[in-house]
Ligand binder design. Structure first.
Ligand SMILES: Nc1nc2c(ncn2[C@@H]2O[C@H](COP(=O)(O)OP(=O)(O)OP(=O)(O)O)[C@@H](O)[C@H]2O)c(=O)[nH]1
Ligand SMILES: [Mg+2]
Length: 471
């Protein structure tokens, strides 16, 4: 009985299944052997391919994954442009012509904001006197319109406004170009209401595109086909459409300059607290240059151009680094952008939230996230140039950041105060100690940013090296 049991166990079910049928003919046997041989050849080929891939992966540089995070308008896309300029300058420059359309859209948007302000001033002057409001209802707050002291607009200024109204349709055309109908990007790039009154409390929707290069393709196709799809470094944009937005902008250039330099307009913007020169995509001080027929955007212009990104995109860059890079494990790092200049601004999507406060809360959430506990954190306290200008112009930091108290209202003190605040949160809220670096940045400045990104890259590689116990 014991013997029988042992014999049963010896018969491996797999061997039994693979064994030839008990009464196999010679012909069947040949066919079976041929099929088995073919299967073996296939399987060996697959093994070989897998081995080849494994070897190739070992030789290829390991990827260093870096995530760019931060609230809207913090400078993520601009930092990415810096990476592109650093690692694939040719590809970056090949897109100059495409950015021209974005810059045109930025100009038209700034002009529309001025025209909207003028409309509001006109309405304020034609609306009833303040006393009508104060007697109408005790619970109703006085209209903000009548509290503001709008300057009166001269007939000449109103004529100028009329002359510039065709720009509104240019805005519409450009927005459509960036998100042609039928594309998945259309929904996100909904047209801005032609007239926006600040009374309505709904800010105009900003043109936006989904992450990735879809919009670039759409725009590229619209350009003159006889030039081919490769847009050369110095090539100007040539549109198929005779109503080229560039032509309209060129024709309106003198009027736009006159509008922007008009003292009444400046006063009006001041009353509205609309600081266009600090807003994203500001080009009104370079109208002559950027509306010239042969204008080609410079690196600087491209970095300043503003187009909102929706969604997440992935970009790969090959780092020109030493041969030892392939031996490191993956390193995950986050570059977090906090635009410190926004201490006196609120979120567009929720005007009850201060932008700086939003950045701090977001930072806190990221550093305390247990899933990211091994991730190196690189903090960019960004838009230092705007921060410096704001403080120099007399805007009081302590009015918005009460805890700042009576410290001096200068860039050095205020920026260091914020650096300590962000670093403190990192130290306190990280689940465990981690690599942490902080930089003061102005990512529109390519040379200083290049320097910082180089440093970031070195640090990431070094920390990888340490983790791999190679140093
Ligand atoms: N002056 C100045 N402008 C900056 C700086 N960083 C970014 N900008 C500008 O601010 C605007 C917004 O920057 P983006 O890079 O588009 O911001 P983002 O984080 O990608 O924003 P979303 O796509 O909305 O998430 C752009 O017009 C940039 O040129 C800076 O350090 N200084
Ligand atoms: Mg973006």
């Amino acid at each position: 009985m014991t013997a029988i049991t042992r014999r049963d166990a010896d018969i491996d079910p797999l061997t039994a299944a693979m064994a030839p049928p008990p009464n196999e003919s010679e012909e069947d046997r040949q066919a079976r052997l041929a099929a088995e041989h073919a299967a073996k050849v296939r399987s060996d080929a697959i093994d070989e391919e897998l081995n080849r891939q494994r070897q190739a992966e070992k030789r290829a540089p390991k990827q260093v994954k870096v995530l760019l995070l931060g609230q809207s308008e913090s400078g993520k896309s601009t930092t990415l442009k810096n990476f592109q300029l650093m690692h694939s300058p040719k590809a970056f420059r090949a897109e100059r012509a495409l950015w021209k359309a974005v810059i045109q859209l930025n100009i038209v948007r700034s002009i529309r904001l001025i025209l909207d302000s003028m409309t509001e001033a006109q309405e304020a002057h034609s609306s009833p006197a303040p006393s009508t409001y104060s007697t109408s209802s005790s619970s109703r707050p006085a209209s903000p319109l009548v509290e503001k002291e709008y300057p009166r607009l001269s007939p000449d200024l109103l004529k100028l406004k009329m002359r510039l109204s065709p720009l509104l349709s240019v805005e519409e055309a450009l927005t459509r170009t960036l998100a042609p109908s039928g594309s998945s990007e259309l929904e996100a790039t909904r047209l801005i209401p032609l007239r926006y009154s600040s009374r309505s409390n709904t800010p105009p929707k900003e043109p936006s595109v989904y992450a990735g290069a879809l919009w670039k393709g759409a725009l590229g196709r619209l350009m003159s086909s006889d030039k081919g799809s490769d847009v050369d470094d110095r090539e100007e944009v040539v549109w198929d459409d005779p109503k080229d937005p560039g032509l309209v902008l060129h024709a309106c250039a003198a009027d736009m300059t006159q509008l922007w330099n008009d003292p009444t307009v400046r006063k009006l913007l001041e009353v509205q607290r609309l600081r266009l020169e600090e807003m994203a995509g500001f080009f009104l001080d370079s109208l002559d240059r950027v509306t010239a027929p042969k204008y080609v955007p410079s690196d600087d212009d491209i970095l300043r151009a503003r187009l909102k990104t929706l969604g997440v995109s992935e970009h790969r860059f090959k780092l020109k680094t030493a041969a030892w890079v392939p031996y490191f494990d993956d390193v995950e790092a986050i570059i977090f952008l906090a635009p410190i200049s926004c201490f006196d601004q609120v979120l567009q999507e929720d005007p009850s939230v201060n932008r700086l406060e939003d950045s701090i809360l977001l930072w806190k959430a990221i550093v305390s996230n247990p899933l990211l506990k091994h991730t190196s954190m690189i903090l960019f306290l960004n838009k230092c140039d705007i921060m410096r200008a704001k403080l120099a112009s007399g805007i009081q930091f302590s009015k918005y950041v009460i805890s700042y108290g009576d410290r001096p209202n200068n860039f050095e003190t205020a920026s260091n105060y914020l650096r300590k605040k962000f670093s403190g949160i990192q130290k306190q809220c990280s689940p465990k100690p981690r690599s942490y670096y902080c930089h003061f940045t102005s990512v529109i400045d390519t040379s200083s940013t290049l320097h910082i990104l180089q440093n970031v890259q070195d640090v990431l590689l070094r920390s990888n090296l340490e983790q791999s116990s190679l140093v």
